[in-house]
Design a protein around this ligand. Sequence first.
Ligand code: FES
Length: 139
Amino acid sequence: MYSQKVMDHFMNPRNMGSLAQPDGVGRVGNAKCGDIMQVELSIQDDVITDAKFKTFGCGAAIATSSMATELVKGKTIQEALQVTNRAVMEALDGLPPVKVHCSLLAEEALHAALWDYAQKNGLEIEGLEAPVEDIGDHH
Ligand code: FES
């Protein structure tokens, strides 16, 4: 049911944990399944220099947050906005249809962390919308 890449990122998640001094923190949940994800970012000169996550959720949510944090490291903020849930799913060689919503948690948590960074620094990030706490209402 799951690709080898999904299993790998589920069994050996990359970037799990938290940062000593994150520049942006995003936390979102999905009330429908009760899962919660937190993403922390270090950002220097518009570039994401480090990313960590904590996911209290299903295996697909863990695999997508692992892959999403891998994909955004080293990217500019604008490039990171292109790391959509579809991009993350492609990088994982797909997810079963019933698990697609789990990948939205990673995208939303990433956006929420970027939003937090922008708020703290008085910046506006083009194309970034205010995050929602519960993506179950949103999608
Ligand atoms: Fe909730 Fe996967 S079932 S994120």
